[in-house]
Design a protein around this ligand. Sequence first.
Ligand code: SF4
Ligand code: SF4
Length: 317
Amino acid sequence: MSTREAISRREFIRWAVAAPAALSVADEFLPRLAYAIQDAVKEYPIIWLQASTCSGCSVSVINTIHPSIKNVILEQVLPGHQLVLSYHGTLMAATGSLSVETARSTAQKFKKKYVLVVEGAIPTAQSGGYGVIGEENGHPVTMLQWVDSLGKEAMAVLTVGTCAAYGGLPASAPNPSGCKGVSEVFADLGIKTPVINIPGCPCHPDWFIGTVAKILLYGMPQPKELDEYGRLKLFFGRSVHNRCINRDYLDEGIFATTFGEEGCLLELGCKGPFTNADCPIRLWNGSVSWCINAGAPCIGCTEKGFPDAHSPIYQRR
Ligand code: SF4
Ligand code: SF4
């Protein structure tokens, strides 16, 4: 085994050991789980397509603590390898036609065996002309065409972030691009590939890594494991409000009326009661804090309709 392989293997096992934390798996199961994931990813490369996005979800996932993203991505985005992440337009070293050719060749080689990750909404107006990635035979290829061609040949699609899941910010008024989430685009195109939504603005790294680990180990989720918006109940089964640190204030009728004041943030527009996510127990930025702990109302970033349906953000609904 070469040094590179040995390092990648060790790093990957660390990644695999971290994933069960998101899945709440018992410690004694960890070694088996680590090797099972390692074997599985050899067969299921990931193509990460960035559509209409700010790249914030990529940044969020890159900030995963276990492992450092270095071994997961930078040392493994190399053409010709059966890798965890075969294509990521921003992170991979290759650029231009060489870069998009990697996506195409991976899709051809691993038909129905790769996972397509979509980050960002899909522009659909003007036949998708508001967003293009690369060219084919001298013609620009729209994001819509990419999602069509890569989506129907994928084993599964993971939408990373609220934009890819439901349209999100690029779908908000007055954007004229007709941006939609992947499930809606698939419905329009008649594509039946299963889609799992991992919303959030951005998506939490644990939600992404935990979902990938779950699919690799246990297969696609059963319908009962998903909610009506295509999200894993494991992460999105309960409301933010349900486990909020400010519930005592709410019960006692103590409400903050200006930022920085003690109290429940409902009067400042908190959308926690209408938002499903496990932020209160998962925390963000390496388990340091989360929105409400920092004194900011939940703005409902994991919900379909965000942000327009939640506006004005800082007013009570
Ligand atoms: S701050 Fe928001 S989530 Fe927390 S108790 Fe108040 S309304 Fe619910
Ligand atoms: S608390 Fe609300 S706004 Fe903050 S990350 Fe969680 S779901 Fe999004």
